[in-house]
Write a protein that binds this ligand. Sequence first.
Ligand SMILES: [Zn+2]
Length: 183
Amino acid sequence: MMTGTLTGTLTETGTGQTMSVDADLAAIRAIAEAVPDPELVVVTVGDLGIVRDIRTGDGTVEIDVTPTYSACPATLAIELEIETAVNSAGYAAVVRRVLSPAWTTDWITPEGRTKLKEAGIAPPIARSDDDSGAVQYFSQPVVPCPRCDSHDTARLSAFGATACKAQYQCASCHEPFDYFKCL
Ligand SMILES: [Zn+2]
C-alpha cells in the first residue's frame, strides 16, 4: 500500500473510511457556507463571502474565515457556529481568523444581495456601481428603497438595529428600512 501522500485521499478517519480530499473539501465548504449569519439571519456566511479557504491540516480541516466588521460582536459566534456545524458532520474543524485582506461589502455574493433586499434591507452600494470614479462612501449615499426601488430616500439614523446598518426611510412608500453600510 502506498503511503506518505495526501494526494487524492484524506488520511483515514476514525471510522476507517478513506475519502477523496476534493469531495470532502467541497462538502465541508458547503456545510460551512450554509451557516446563517447570527445577526442578519437571512444571509449565510457563504452569502457574505467570509469563508476564504478550506484545506486539510494535520488530521484536521482548517477553515479560514475573515470577520465582516472587525468590531462586530458576532465574529466569535460565527466562528463557533462554523466549527460546530463542520464538527457535527464528522470532520475535526479548526477555524482560523484571517484579518488580511480585510473583508469588504463587495465580497457579498449577488445571491446574498438579493436575499438582503428581499428581507427589506438595502444591500451595500457596490463599488462597481459607482461609475463616477469618485468614492464617497463616507458621505451619505443615495440608497434605493429595497421595497419600491425609489431613490427618494433619507437617512434617519447612522445606526440601525446593528452597528453595520443605518436606518433610512423611503419618501415614496414611506417605509423605514435598514441599509447595510458599505465597507
Ligand atoms: Zn419605498
